[in-house]
Design a protein around this ligand. Structure first.
Ligand code: NAD
Length: 273
């Protein structure tokens, strides 16, 4: 398993499983299968309403807690005041855990302007040991800049929509200048454009005897992005994890880099509140 060392010194498995839209009643089965297949990093969120299923799978797995990386996220209805503390307690209760490995502000929600205050609360949550690492999600450069200017804590990660049609190079460059690691969400474009049929990707897949999805996951890994493609199907969970036995060439990486279209498949972070 490849790992990345974050700016707080902690080591995160670079590849994990995302459970956005994994139905609550299926989550325990999906996460259990992923853990059996070797996944050790699960990305959930309060708003996914499946933290209980993630927690049940963890408990049933018998895997030592320190071998797992569990991320969850603060929804914006719990930004500001004491609400982040209540949200953290609620997530820990649902997960059945004493701590999470990573707690993220899910969206900046800049119109309500509570993200700086909420970020300070996440600092306290980290100091109390309830989240070992803290970070943000869907933060644009001006949002990150405000955290850098107005607080003492640099996020460990910024989790953003990122895939070949939407590579967020300005955010990636800025984040890296400040030691913030990038996590790619929607790494396969959420199936919302025919990414896996693009010739640049199918040609690389054919050359390596791999699937197009494996090529795209590999592209993320070789760019040092942390990535957690979602699937509820065992064969795809297995496929998405078998990406450590080949390497894309500089030409193959360059051909995929050139697919950038500025084409977002989900919401503009400035508009989500
Ligand atoms: P994704 O890009 O991982 O796409 C998932 C879809 O791709 C699946 O539903 C399936 O249709 C398809 N797929 C998966 N494996 C495949 C394979 N091997 N071959 C062909 N098709 C395959 O999209 P996502 O789930 O949105 O993103 C991954 C994770 O990122 C989420 O589960 C969640 O944890 C996180 N996320 C975070 C945010 C945020 O705001 N922070 C938003 C969306 C997602």
């Amino acid at each position: 398993m490849l790992t990345i060392t974050l700016n707080d010194g902690r080591t995160i498995p670079q590849l994990g499983l995302g459970v956005f839209k994994t139905p609550p009643e299926e989550t325990e089965r999906v996460v259990s299968e992923a853990l059996e297949l070797g996944y050790r990093h699960i990305d959930t969120a309060a708003i996914y309403r499946n933290e209980e299923g993630v927690g049940r799978a963890i408990a049933a797995s018998g895997i030592p807690r320190d071998e797992l990386w569990i991320t969850t996220k603060l929804w914006q209805d719990h930004q500001g005041g004491d609400k982040p503390f209540a949200a953290m307690d609620e997530s820990l209760g649902k997960l059945g855990l004493d701590y999470v490995d990573l707690y993220l502000i899910h969206w900046p929600a800049p119109k309500t302007n509570k993200f700086v205050e909420s970020w300070k609360s996440l600092g306290v949550i980290r100091d109390r040991g309830l989240a070992k690492s803290i970070g943000v999600s869907n933060f644009q450069v001006p949002h990150l800049q405000r955290l850098l200017d107005e607080t003492d804590v640099v996020p460990a990660v910024n989790q953003v929509e990122l895939h070949p049609y939407f590579q967020e190079r300005e955010i990636v460059t800025f984040a890296r200048q400040h030691g913030i690691n990038i996590e790619s969400w929607g790494p396969l474009g959420q199936g919302k454009y025919p990414l896996l049929e693009l010739p640049e990707i199918t040609a690389a897949a054919e050359a390596h005897g791999k699937s197009p999805a494996q090529v795209v996951i590999r592209w993320h890994l070789q760019h040092d992005f942390i990535v957690f493609p979602k699937s509820a199907r065992r064969e795809r969970l297995k496929e998405n994890f078998e990406v450590f036995d080949f390497e894309l060439s500089a030409e193959q990486m360059g051909a995929i880099d050139a697919l950038e279209r500025g084409h977002r498949v989900s919401s503009d972070p400035n508009e989500v509140d």
